[in-house]
Ligand binder design. Sequence first.
Ligand SMILES: Nc1ncnc2c1ncn2[C@@H]1O[C@H](COP(=O)(O)OP(=O)(O)OP(=O)(O)O)[C@@H](O)[C@H]1O
Length: 610
Amino acid sequence: MTETYSPLAEQFAACLGRLHPQAPESVLDLARRVCLAVEEGHVCLDLAGGFGATDEPTTSGPLSLRERDRVRGLNDHGFLTSPHPNPLPEGEGAGGIIGAPGEHTPLVLDGARLYLARYWHYETRLAQQLLQRAAFCDDVDLPKLRRDLDRLFTHNTQQPDWQRAAAAAAVLRRFCVISGGPGTGKTTTVIRILAALQSQAGGGLRIGLAAPTGKAAARMQDAIRGAKLSLGFDADTVAAIPENALTLHRLLGSRPDSVYFRHNAERPLPLDVLVVDEASMIDLALMAKLLDALPPGCRLILLGDKDQLASVEAGSVFGDICAGGRYSDGFLALLREAGAPVAAAGEGPASSPLSDSILLLRHSHRFAADSGIGALARLFNDGQAEPALALLARGENGIAWQQGRFAQLKDDLLRRMEEGYAGYFDAVRQGDAAAALAAFNRFRALTAHREGDGGAENLNRLLEERLKQRRNLNYRTVWYPGRAVMISRNDYNLRLFNGDIGIALEDGGQLRVFFEDGEGRVRGLAPGRLPEHQPVYAMTVHKSQGSEFDEVLLALPDQASPVLNRPLAYTAVTRAKQRAEIWGTAEALTRALAALPARASGLRERLWGG
Ligand SMILES: Nc1ncnc2c1ncn2[C@@H]1O[C@H](COP(=O)(O)OP(=O)(O)OP(=O)(O)O)[C@@H](O)[C@H]1O
């Protein structure tokens, strides 16, 4: 059955087999399984608890690997149907390939978790770094902090004021995480945090702003610029808050064809404070490298939404960090002194130094109490299928539901997509690339999968056929004015990165593909120069992370699938600012909301005990 593993897993096992000719096949098979687990988003192979559900959205049909897993005793959700009876070979068979923590072996067995050595190092180093950094700063001028927060949060009326508490925590703690859904005020809070920090330091702090993708960095930059305008604090302090946000890869100094960055423990970033937005998108390896590259005294503030989908690559780092404990009495007392009292929050003992570093913003200021999107997002996040379906069926206040299977909905769906992009094609006809790129962001069709009938690839293909027919273009024509594509492979020379969106426009008698350059300008490239790319009228929810659109349409697949789960539905609907539409059956949505994926990882336990 080994032929169903990926080429990478096979090559890894073959390489180990050459280096360790005595290794039994069962050990090589475990090596393949660990490799596969990482490819599917897990950090390790959990031999005791389960294998975790795959998050990688490739197909709506049964995966061949899933079939294989079923044979091995894994159920449809990817979990072992019974504890593995004898996961490891006895005796010396694993010697040289599987070792205990600290041994130099390609695979590391830590408790019941089997890791690729590199991932074990990432995980243990990251846990150590986070726990070390989660400490109180002993140089905070508390009366000054209270005065500054009084000024900065003067308009806040909610009690308790979690934004103010989060700001106090970020000043009091070297490491702070602020998690909240859309519009809960993460940007509003972080700009105030930066003002309070500059004020504490008397100015001169070196502050970095970053996000995992170009899109997210651009959004962060716009949001920070906007928030600065209305801050109403000492002009010098406000001026000292930077506006430029970089991608994490740019911040760390990515090098072509290398997994290592220019900045690392030996060459740390020259920063006193780093704020990272959309932190739920950061995978284990990147987070470990980021923490390595921070100088010991540098503050780290992570912003994100713990309920969103985990990173595309291995790990569920942000969710693991936010797993939460109970605030310590010392922390609650400091919050009171800073004028940001909260009742004791959380369950159980203050189990980790991290407990006092995690702040959750709960109230959405973007969606009014009667907003359909806000209510739908809450119900999705709580997994409440029946009330969510009832709300959708009413179809009021910016939400809509088109019920049916893909075959029944297909024509209407394509018509709706065409209508959704009508304003965009109008802007294309005007020929202004910046305006057309902005118009393209007003609507997006989202899917669970890339492949399959209702997958992004098929929807893009079908829509492009329609668009070409309307324009009397030969079906073989690839490029036409308005063709919108997403880059799927980094090209460092062209400065184009996975996820960048480009649109084709006439320029001097030729078609060029225009991209935002992150500095508020656009630049055009000949279509032939683009690295790997696909049309992007429809995109997977995974790819939409870090982006927002005025209107979002989520097309649900008919079949059960491991990627159709609650965080996916929640992430999709929270991409919408004004209108969210669900296209699919009640069964598909109910199934999605009932499925909570878990990624195999030891990080939560290392941070929180367990
Ligand atoms: N305490 C508050 N009182 C009133 N309005 C607020 C408050 N906090 C934030 N807002 C407003 O709510 C909107 C969303 O805030 P903000 O952009 O800070 O949220 P966010 O969590 O960063 O959103 P997202 O990450 O989804 O873009 C803004 O218009 C902001 O001015």
